[in-house]
Design a protein around this ligand. Structure first.
Ligand code: FAD
Ligand code: NAD
Length: 465
């Protein structure tokens, strides 16, 4: 340790980096974390998970009041939108949580090195003009928005925006065009639709939510259409011009064909995110990126250079905060000589729309490619709690191995799918069969009973359908 400044230096204080730093410090390692942003917490806490959920939660209440859901329960209200106050509570949430990470850094005696780090050698980085040498360096620099050529984002202008700009719109757009029917497009499109915007979603593929189970994608599309989002599937945006406070987009069929134009007050570019490695001077450390711009690691999060590790959005795998966090913990434990493991087969994902959409494990399509499966499905309409709460949309689907009955995947569309999916993930982590879930006593009346019923349906014996 004598000539090292730190045992562990983490680059980036997102959910991957700050969690890795805290675990490393808890394990007795002298730890620092370099972060160039003004606040800790990365994309997730500053411009991602947290502010988007703040706007989703508030706009959900607004729509429940404005759209008649409350009236259905005997509550008559005429809501008035105070967008400034809604943004205020979003900013408060971000401030509180990012400040919380600063407190945790102090509590765990982690040095926050303020500035962007770049490698000067395999064990040294430059942060704001100062060389820092560490025995272990964890790259946790995350990701940023993938640009769409010809559709230039300018968040300050507020006409063509990315997710950061779309979280901060000063007024509800008349017409919002969302490019990309993925998680960001559907979540932020939902926010502004609920607050009064007409929303059109342009998606290159023939279906929204790539990577999710086929039934889920179809049902989600049906539900969002019913809510008023217009979809232009199999369509690509080839260009945009901004005239004053409006944008005109050029659209073409994905397979080629006649172009059309579409006018919008706000255009959200949400076609994916790409790893942040520019500016790290990886070559100085002897590191290179793969074809997708990611840093490859082994199962322990070691890169090809001894002493350099990488986690989170900057490495392959789903770009999710909880995946980054778990990798941060495992990586720090491995550095400390423990056995840190992440089971990448059981990473839940959640879309926080209304209803929520969640999944863990294999889709039915992927499971069938591996062998014979049995599938049990249960509609939320037949779940007493969902029905009583006026939440009829959605279903639970359990996919099990036909021979061993082991659960391979669970998919849920339900108001509280994001909470329900934890049970499925835990069951799968313990190697559960569908019978294990079917014979587990679930409290009544809860949405979770639909998971039990879907598990019962795997053997054809649900009670309530
Ligand atoms: P990041 O959170 O991106 O953090 C990396 C940090 O590194 C940044 O703060 C950056 O400033 C810093 N950095 C970069 N380069 C350097 C450098 N050279 N030196 C010093 N610092 C550097 N995921 C979920 O699981 N649930 C959600 O609900 C969810 N919602 C989202 C909503 C939006 C709008 C967006 C954009 C993303 C959302 N995500 C969500 C994804 C989630 O934010 C990311 O998966 C997660 O933040 C990745 O964590 P990370 O630590 O790898 O990187
Ligand atoms: P995404 O990968 O979820 O979706 C992008 C969509 O854009 C895809 O459907 C893709 O087919 C489409 N697309 C790509 N190029 C296109 C083009 N030229 N024209 C039209 N459509 C095009 O990406 P995202 O929504 O930008 O989100 C980025 C990442 O952030 C995701 O990986 C996601 O995991 C993460 N995120 C997670 C959450 C959550 O967990 N709730 C929320 C927001 C973001």
């Amino acid at each position: 340790m004598a000539d090292y400044d730190y045992d562990v230096l983490v680059i980036g204080a997102g959910p991957g980096g700050y969690v890795a730093a805290i675990r490393a410090a808890q394990l007795g390692l002298k730890t620092a974390c370099a972060e160039g942003r003004e606040t800790l917490g990365g994309t997730c806490l500053n411009v991602g998970c947290i502010p988007s959920k703040a706007m989703l939660h508030a706009s959900e209440y607004y729509e429940a009041a404005a759209g008649g859901a409350m009236a259905a329960m005997g509550i008559k209200v005429k809501p008035e939108l105070d967008l400034g106050a809604m943004h205020g509570q979003r900013k408060d949430a971000v401030k509180g949580l990012t400040g919380g990470i600063e407190f945790l850094f102090k509590k765990n005696k982690i040095d926050w090195l303020k500035g962007y780090a770049k490698f000067t050698s395999a064990d040294t980085v430059d942060v704001a003009g100062k060389n820092v040498r560490a025995k272990n360096i964890i790259i946790a620099t995350g990701s940023s928005v993938t640009p769409l050529p010809g559709v230039e984002v300018d968040n300050a202008k507020g006409v063509i925006v990315d997710s950061t700009g779309a979280l901060e719109l000063a007024k509800v757009p008349g017409h919002m065009v969302v490019i990309g029917g993925g998680v960001i497009g559907l979540e932020l499109g939902s926010v502004w639709r609920r607050l009064g915007a007409k929303v059109t979603c342009v998606e290159f593929l023939d279906q929204i939510l790539p990577g999710m189970d086929g039934d889920v994608r179809k049902e989600a599309n049906r539900i969002f259409k019913k809510q008023g989002i217009e979809f232009k599937l199999k369509t690509k945006v080839t260009g945009a011009t901004v005239k004053g406070k409006k944008a005109v987009l050029t659209l073409e069929p994905a397979a080629g064909g006649e172009a059309e134009t579409l006018e919008a007050d706000v255009v959200l570019v949400s076609i994916g995110r790409r790893p942040n490695t520019d500016g790290l001077a990886l070559d100085k450390a002897g590191l290179a990126v793969n074809k997708r711009g990611q840093i490859e690691t082994d199962h322990d999060f070691r890169t090809s250079v001894p002493g350099i590790w990488a986690i989170g959005d900057v490495i392959p795998g789903p770009m999710l905060a909880h995946k980054a966090e778990d990798e941060g913990i495992a990586c720090a434990e491995n550095i400390a000589g423990q056995t840190g493991i992440v089971n990448h087969d059981v990473i839940p994902s959640v879309v926080y729309t209304w209803p929520e959409i969640a999944g863990v494990g294999l889709t039915e399509e992927a499971a069938k490619e591996r062998g014979e499966v049995k599938v049990g499905k249960f509609p939320m309409l037949a779940n007493s709690r969902a029905k009583t709460n006026h939440e009829p949309d959605g279903f639970v689907k359990v996919i099990a191995d036909a021979k061993t009955d082991r659960v391979l995947g669970v998919w849920i569309i339900a108001s509280v799918a994001g909470t329900m999916i934890a049970q499925a993930a835990q069951a799968m982590e313990f190697g559960a069969t569908s019978e294990d879930i079917a014979y587990t006593c679930h409290a009544h009346p809860t949405h979770s009973e639909a998971i039990k019923e879907a598990a019962m349906a795997v053997t054809g014996k649900p009670i309530h359908i």
